[in-house]
Design a binder for this molecule. Sequence first.
Ligand SMILES: C[S@@+](CC[C@H](N)C(=O)[O-])C[C@H]1O[C@@H](n2cnc3c(N)ncnc32)[C@H](O)[C@@H]1O
Length: 277
Amino acid sequence: MKAVDRALAEAARSLAPGSDTARLDSELLMAEALGIDRDRLLLSPPDRPVPDRFWTMVERRKGGEPVAYITGRRAFWDIELHVGPGVLIPRPDSETLISAALAHFERRPPPGRILDLGTGPGTLLLAALDLWREATGLGVDASRRALSYAAANARRLGLDERTEWRLGDWAVGIEDCFDLILCNPPYVATEAALGSGVAEHEPAEALFAGPQGLDDYRRIAPQIARLLCPGGLAAIEIGADQERSAASIFRAQGLEPEVARDFGDRPRALLIEVNHK
Ligand SMILES: C[S@@+](CC[C@H](N)C(=O)[O-])C[C@H]1O[C@@H](n2cnc3c(N)ncnc32)[C@H](O)[C@@H]1O
């Protein structure tokens, strides 16, 4: 057995008590330590010594630190984003918004202007700009740290000429209309229990939204109708148990949200179109 395979098995065993994804975690950390991607690690594990760095990273993971903060990166849709403490780690659930947008614009001309409210490290906007190569976009966040990650990610992905970043409070002060609005606001109830390491390591302002997790929907809902261009789509992420409660907030604004389900078949986004008369 190669040293790398032995180390992977040993690390996965030692991570298992604290992580549901111990084998995956150790593969991602090993790939990072060896400077190769995970596919390459799995298809042809290199026959070389295991760098000490690997064991340092395993120790950090045992302490509960998210893998993406240890490696400094996370894949999302077709792009890779750099992330670190102070910025939300992109989740696969949020890819529901991108797939809903793709389905919407299959039947229409591609979006020209895209708005990402609460952009974090640029997750949704950069994935969308990578798909629609003629589009330009605006990413808004209340966190300076998040915006500095977003701007650096845009530069690294060669998308910076089509992006603008704004420190702001949702869409306050934004007058333009957009063909696509993407928004993954904080939606966790203040008292909710989260997966291990999440509340300890990820920024509270990216996660929590009042006692029912609905406070930010109440702020965002009144802004959607004026921000959407004719034929446009707003895709707003929700918690799996917020289908009714979040939808009713948007309905109270005269909007008619539909629900998109994630890859696990749970409600994950409200999709809103506006028919301007
Ligand atoms: C759940 S995270 C989403 C990050 C990223 N869009 C993603 O999907 O990975 C929510 C983001 O909203 C930002 N945020 C919180 N309150 C805000 C506000 N009032 N205005 C703008 N952004 C806000 C947070 O800083 C955080 O980056």
